[in-house]
Design a protein around this ligand. Structure first.
Ligand SMILES: Cc1cc2nc3c(=O)[nH]c(=O)nc-3n(C[C@H](O)[C@H](O)[C@H](O)COP(=O)(O)O)c2cc1C
Length: 177
């Protein structure tokens, strides 16, 4: 059974990115278990002086979760044409470790915009040596939707099929390496 870790770049309670990842978890194929890392908002600001034996507990938890996962899926908003600080901070805690090196990863999108953040995230994650799956760009446009609206969109048969297909393709990518 493959284990995939999903990380949302949004801390909003009614986040469309987090909702997309939760829906991916519900619709994951039986061959994989998808869990959500929920500690982005608890991580201290990255400081290279706080590494090794001084690594803070939440950063240690993130590093272990990424290390133990067979693959990582990220969904993130864009703020001012950039990657949200919290998500970049989480990634920074992984830079000087082995956790990200060669780790299969895929980006999915809850907004049809966010093109700068998509490109920046891909660049950052490739630079960190994530093995970023380039082809699948699952995009379900939830921008500006309220929870009752995006819940309904995520339950549409065509979107459930898209989500299943995207996770299956990613599982194939992980298994085929
Ligand atoms: C402070 C702020 C800045 C934003 N800047 C951008 C932007 O530059 N480009 C963009 O496409 N969307 C921008 N947005 C919209 C968010 O990316 C969008 O609402 C996103 O889908 C929210 O994700 P969430 O529902 O997971 O929180 C911004 C939103 C906020 C709150």
């Amino acid at each position: 059974m493959l284990h995939i870790l999903a990380i949302s770049g949004s801390l909003r309670a009614a986040s469309t990115n987090s909702a997309l990842l939760a829906a991916l978890a519900r619709n994951a194929p039986q061959s994989c278990r998808l869990t959500i890392y929920d500690g982005v908002g608890r991580l201290p600001i990255f400081n290279p002086d706080e590494e090794d034996e001084r690594t803070p507990p939440e950063a240690r938890r993130l590093i272990e979760a990424v290390s133990e996962a067979d693959g990582v899926i990220v969904s993130s908003p864009e703020y001012a044409h950039g990657v949200p600080g919290g998500l970049k901070n989480a990634l920074d805690w992984l830079v000087s470790r082995d956790a990200a090196v060669g780790k299969p990863a895929m980006l999915v999108h809850a907004s049809h915009r966010s093109l700068f953040a998509r490109a920046a995230l891909a660049e950052i994650m490739r630079t960190m040596s994530f093995d970023l799956y380039a082809d699948t760009e699952l995009e379900i446009a939830l921008l500006g939707k309220k929870p009752e609206e995006f819940d309904a969109i995520l339950q549409l048969q065509e979107n459930v099929a898209k989500m299943r297909a995207a996770v299956s393709v990613f599982v194939g990518f992980v298994n085929g390496r």
